[in-house]
Design a protein around this ligand. Sequence first.
Ligand code: NAD
Length: 477
Amino acid sequence: MYRSMMLINGKRVGGASGRFDVIHNPANQEPVAEVAIGEVIDAVKALEAAQCAFPGWASVSPKRRCDLLHDAAEIVRERADRIAELLTVEMGKAIRDSRREVLSAADSLDYFAEEGLRNIGDWISTAETRSIVTKQPVGVISLITPWNYPVELLAWKAGPAIAAGCTAVAKPSSLAPVAATEFVMAINDAGLPPGVLNIVHGSGETVGAELVTNPISRKISFTGETSTGRWIMEAAARHLKRVSLELGGHAPMIVFDDADIDAAASACVRRAFGNMGQVCISVNRVYVADEIAEDFTEKVVRRTLGLRIGDPLDPEVDLGPMVSEAQRRKTREHIEDAVQKGANILCGGRAPEGDLFAKGYYFLPTVLADVDHRMRIMREETFGPVAPIMQFSDDEEAVRLANDTEYGLAAYIYTNSLRRAIRTAERLEAGSVGVNVGSIIDHHAPFGGWKQSGIGRELSHRGLDEYMEIKHIRLGL
Ligand code: NAD
């Protein structure tokens, strides 16, 4: 069985307790890895190592940091098959998607390698003074990540932190720590000085909380649930630490009557069911114009029935199991609540039958019709493979329904009218709006949430700025 250690000060180590946890494959319950369990003391050691490494790393030239990040990206690519396989067996993602995630994580490292070279400040002149405005690394950063994109989301944090000259301690989710740890080992193998990037395992309540509250860390970069983010913000306030919080979402998709219905239906299926709906920017609510509702819904159902669900290691498979029984139960509860309040199940709504599925947390991708906003599925994050479809009669109603949520991470629009696209995109309360596209992720553009979906931005030059302090040096002449 695979053994996943922690990395503290450049050394692969077990936890102070000497204990290991076993990770089981959500597709069949078989044990796949032993993971060293970390305690508070391990978090403290990792923070101290990062603190020690900080002055040296902050003064390394940006070009050297750039070269190391490019080398790290190459090593990640060389090991992509292995890391992707570990990702699939620990959390159930279809292997094609795992591979895409790992390669995209490598691309993030390349992106931030270059962005780190463009650390540009200001020079301001007055008659008797000159002002230099410069950016410097924040210090030691705690990087806390969830289980649904354990590698890619860590890359979005570790890449800019390293490029900016910060040092860091990463803590992946206890549900899926293995691939993230391999990713950190790969970066480290590029030749990072010891202590620049550390990784510890353990529960959020102990190890995670120490990374948040220990005064050594100057900033917390967190991705996870809104409730956890709220606690982190409160705890970080005691030391006025900086926070970046990437939290929950409840993305609407609006399909107008002038949309390309085939393109919209195919994006809807991909965005609602990819990674079994366990994505913060999944389509959670679909609003379709009355005039095209029947046609669109029929196309969504047909495409959904065509998805291949099975062993996630099979490269032909579109969807594997969900990560845990708890996640599957929540999905069932949301569907039951909707049906009780009048929704109709057009397909799915249950686990698939057959020996292959008997021991895994499988669930059929589900399309619901006749839904409304009294239902939990239209208000709470399901994090499961469900596309609830609701009709609207005019643009005003579509925007009002889409914004009727406490979340504001992503939104999607399908229309062939430029005027409608821009007017609607500007009125939607979300950090990212996709128009006639099924993905809003682009390394060059900022990603983050409005409302209860978070604070701060990742990716782009703004994602790098989150790891920098601004300094004004005023020179009297
Ligand atoms: P979670 O909040 O339960 O856990 C996330 C991480 O925080 C884990 O590593 C966990 O151990 C740690 N943690 C838990 N309690 C902590 C505490 N008190 N102090 C410090 N760390 C603590 O989230 P999850 O279930 O792993 O992930 C799913 C959630 O993540 C969903 O809500 C999803 O929308 C969100 N998410 C958001 C984005 C985004 O970019 N906005 C991306 C992916 C996932």
